[in-house]
Design a binder for this molecule. Structure first.
Ligand code: ZN
Length: 615
């Protein structure tokens, strides 16, 4: 017979705000590790558990413990809790609840409650001793530590004092570091990366996100991303492509090469099939090369709110039940959905005209039609009018901008240079979202060959590729391929392509050493593209690419021909104003495109006008 329930309650007064503490305190994976809880493993079950429940097990002092865990329930940044029902071990049930309440004078009152039902008298005794003499002290120390990290502005997971690398590994890291510093310069961030690899927390090291490091270090994101790519080639890091589920954003598959990526995937938790999109769902992360620092993947908690930080509230509602949530929300776009009921509703949060009391009921027939507009502090009544239990999820729609997406990385010259063999599996086509596509060609190159002779002209053409590659790289673009004298390049932003072309035309028109000037024709368009593998290289296809090629053919060489999409771009407008560029509109008919009439612009530098003004 089970013993009566034991109840423990601790209260801590912390200096940081609930908002600041939330990423640390609700990271129960970290908290369990920091408080000495053994790692967990999936339990043996063939049965599919409902609503993201987990069957888990662990070994405590050599004793096998196994349980079924309900999904965590939380409201960011005020509370979270979980219930476990045990099938093996000294307990029958455990409930944990953490509440973070802001104090009037600043700071947070953190209340942590644990309720336990021991299986027997002996279980009760061992649990009571553990709680009173071990856990209480560890909990207090962990929360105090998180409070200190927030106050010192130290990002989660920056250092772990328990990491000890062999002296051989440290020597090798040092020699790779020196080599990188000799080859690439950038002494300071190379130092930081090398020391991060040696000292960072086990959790952070399994998934190094270059943009996050750059933000933490307050340096350029591109510099850190390029450094991680070079460090991978130098043997310090390994790269991994993570394929993320569009709903829970968990990694559903990880590949060490794009070749391992398939475009159709399935998420078991969300029970959905989805198509991979480079723009969002494929993220490049890194980990140390295992010969330098072996990475042990250990889980201490599977359902932690910090595994899905974009979900601001998650609640499990029994059939035919209601619950009122008090929600502090940042302005922005959200979606309310249920894990096992299709559909959902859009929720927008505004400080200006959102309502502060609302009700949403879901029925067998689905969701209400009306979107919801909430205030930044509101009371939301959720009703589950269906006959089955529902896990309700309120999530932010914005994706983390700290992800280095495959679309961005593959459009980077450093990546294409260092990983020239990276290609997709043959036959695979993956959407890369919106790219800026540039085509160039030399005007009158036939005449050039005739006038200065084949050998000299060839040298000049080769040299012009170097000029193009440099200006393209300088503007965050990547050269995809050359076709005869022509070049195809891609950029993440239109303004980079335009700047690169204006610079290239100027350089080629006034070459050093009495070489003949070259006239460069250029066309730029922006739109959705598809990535494919062609001749073992990552290439791009689609009507955006075809259109950019057509625009180049319309260029006279004293201009860059741009489409409406480029002309309308805010940064391009700004550049035109700042550089006093001339944009002459013209219209053409193009067969084979959705529309037939196109409005285009010839962009050029107003050199004459500027000279007149100065004169
Ligand atoms: Zn999922």
């Amino acid at each position: 017979m089970a013993h009566r329930e034991l109840h423990y309650r601790w209260q801590y007064n912390l200096k940081a705000s609930p908002e600041e503490l939330w990423p640390f305190v609700s990271d129960t994976n970290r908290f369990n590790r920091d408080t000495g809880v053994p790692s967990v493993e999936p339990g043996k079950t063939r049965q599919r558990l409902r609503n993201a429940r987990h069957r888990l097990r662990q070994s405590i002092y050599g004793m096998a413990v196994e349980w079924e865990e309900q999904p965590f329930e939380w409201i960011r940044p005020s509370r979270f809790g979980v219930t476990r029902t045990y099938s093996k071990g000294p307990m029958v049930e455990l409930r944990a609840l953490a509440e973070l309440t802001p104090r009037a004078a600043g700071g947070t009152t953190l209340t942590y409650e644990v309720s336990l039902t021991p299986r027997s008298m002996f279980g009760a005794l061992s649990v009571a001793l553990q709680m009173k003499f071990v856990s209480a002290r560890r909990f207090a120390r962990a929360f105090k530590n998180y409070d200190d990290l927030v106050l010192q502005d130290i990002p989660p997971a920056s250092t772990d004092s328990t990491v000890e690398l062999s002296s051989a590994a440290i020597d090798r890291i040092d020699s790779i570091k020196l080599k990188l510093q000799t080859d690439a310069g950038e002494t300071e961030i190379i130092d930081r990366l090398a020391s991060f690899v040696q000292t960072a927390d086990q959790f952070a090291i399994t998934r190094i996100r270059p943009y996050q490091l750059a933000d933490d270090w307050n340096v350029s994101r591109r510099a850190v991303l390029e450094l991680c790519l070079k460090a991978t080639r130098a043997g310090l890091l390994d790269l991994q492509w993570e394929l993320l589920c569009p709903l829970c954003r968990g990694a559903q598959e990880t590949g060490s090469s794009l070749r391992e990526i398939s475009s159709e995937l399935h998420c078991e938790t969300c029970r959905i099939d989805f198509k991979v999109n480079f723009d969002r769902f494929v993220e490049l992360t890194f980990r140390p090369n295992p010969s330098l620092r072996p990475v042990e993947m250990q889980d201490f908690c599977m359902g932690s709110p910090q595994r899905t930080p974009h979900i601001v509230a998650q609640q499990l509602l029994a059939p035919q039940s209601k619950r009122v949530l008090s929600l502090p929300l940042e302005p922005g776009r959200y979606r309310l959905r249920a894990l096992e009921l299709s559909g959902g509703i859009d929720v927008s949060v505004t400080a200006a005209d959102g309502i502060n009391e609302a009700k949403v009921a879901i029925a067998e027939s689905g969701w209400p039609q009306e979107p919801l507009k909430l205030a930044t502090l509101s009371s939301l009544e959720l009703e589950n009018a269906t006959a089955t239990e529902q896990l309700l999820i309120l999530e932010r729609l914005a994706w983390s901008d700290q992800a280095a997406t495959a679309a961005e990385v593959t459009a980077l010259q450093t990546f294409r240079d260092l990983f020239s063999n990276e290609a997709l599996r043959p036959g695979e086509q993956i959407s890369v979202g919106t790219l800026t596509v540039l085509f160039t060609d030399l005007r009158n190159s036939t005449r050039l060959y005739r006038e200065i002779g084949d050998a000299t002209a060839f040298g000049r053409v080769m040299n012009h590729f170097d000029v193009l590659k440099k200006v393209i790289t300088d503007e965050d673009g990547a050269l995809v391929k050359t076709i005869g004298d022509a070049v195809m390049a891609i950029f993440r932003r239109p303004v980079g392509a335009l700047k690169a072309m204006l610079a290239a035309q100027e350089l080629l028109a006034a070459p050093p050493d009495g070489m003949p000037p070259l006239t460069l024709k250029a066309g730029i368009h922006e739109g959705p593209c598809i990535a494919v593998t062609l001749n073992d290289r990552l290439d791009y296809f689609g009507s955006t690419v075809n259109m950019a090629a057509r625009l180049e053919s319309l260029s006279t060489g004293d201009d860059v021909v741009i489409s409406h999409a480029i002309y309308d771009d805010a940064e391009v407008c700004e550049l035109m104003r700042a550089e006093n560029l001339q944009a002459a509109p013209f219209e053409i008919m193009l067969k084979g495109f959705d529309e037939e009439r196109f409005e285009l612009w010839r962009v050029s530098k107003k050199t004459n006008c500027a000279a007149d003004l100065r004169g």
